[in-house]
Each structure stands twice: as C-alpha cells, then as structure tokens.
Design a protein around this ligand. Sequence first.
Ligand code: ZN
Length: 209
Amino acid sequence: VDAFGTHAAEVAELARAAASRGWALATSGNFSVVTRREPLQIAITASGHDKRRVTASEVVEVDAAGRRIGGRGEPSAETAIHLAVIAARAAGAVAHTHSPWSTLLTSDARTEVVIEGYEMLKALRGIATHVHRERLPIVENTQDWTAAAPQVGRLLDEQPDVHGFLIRRHGLYTWGADATEVKRHMEALEFLLEVIGRSEGQRGGAWRS
Ligand SMILES: [Zn+2]
C-alpha cells in the first residue's frame, strides 16, 4: 500500500468515527489527511458517500489547487477550506462535521462560541489546564467555498490560538498534526459544544428562541 492508500484508510476511519456519533449524517461532512508536503497533496473524502460506511476507495487525492490526482469520484465542494486550513496551520489532518450542536449553537446572531473552564479543554493541543478560554469564531455560510477560502485563511492568521471554527447553521472545522490528533480535537470540541448547548437549553438559551 502506497502513502495515498495508507492515508486514505485513515481518512475513511476518521469519517466513520464521526458518522457513528451522528456528526456527519446524510453524506455530510468531510475529512482529509496530508499525503505529501512538497508539493502539497491531500487525501479527502469524495462527495456523496454515506460516511458511516465509507472506505478508502471513496477517498480521492487532490493537489494544492484542489484538482483530483488520484482515486475515483469528485472531491468535496469544501476541499478549498481544507487546503486553506492546512496552509494556515501547517496541519496534517482536517475534520469537518455537520453535527446537531455545532448547527444549533450557530443558529442565532452570535459571532463566536466561548468555551471556558472545562476539563475536556485539555484534549486540545497545547492546553494543560481547564483554566482556558477557547473561542470558536463563526464564519457565515456560503455555497462557494472556493471564493470564501481566502477569508478563512485570514481568520486563522488573525486568531492563531483557535483550535477550530464554526460555520453558521452548518458545522465545525478542526485540525491536528495527524489523523490521531484531529480525531481527539473533533471528539473534544463536539463534546464541549454539546455541553454548552445543553447548558444553554436548560437556561432557556438563545438557540431555543
Ligand atoms: Zn460542510
């Protein structure tokens, strides 16, 4: 198995892990792992597949311009965002979910979700204490992510400490050095978003109105 094959299997496993938790239903979400740095190449889920049963054969390889160079199928429409995240953060892997809590918590007019004081924050790279304030900025949704990718790149340049960002009424992006780290970040942030969302719900939070 070549480098692409190894990483395609990691991408598929990551996608199945997300979908098994209900974070990437109805063929939504997409997941990628860097297969080569110079020139940049990534393995990313092809669009249109049920992420609960996605296999390495449903992962495509694309270049830095988002063109398919290996595998079968169409790269995700959000490939440009994965490439922007990888460029801004020197990330090795990216996860994008369409989870209920990331959708609910971005359904009002807020511009960020603030997460503070929770033990699970220590799952994020570089965070050693629950005494941490994580801010997940919210990007407005669009159907043209190729055009919006530079805006995402600027946001990540301006906010070098964030471990993820949200898209309004759409989902979460997070990244890591490799497939193992991005899975940990995805699980931690989804856990924290659910905790925040349930807490706001109990208090009659804004998203209920
Ligand atoms: Zn999406």
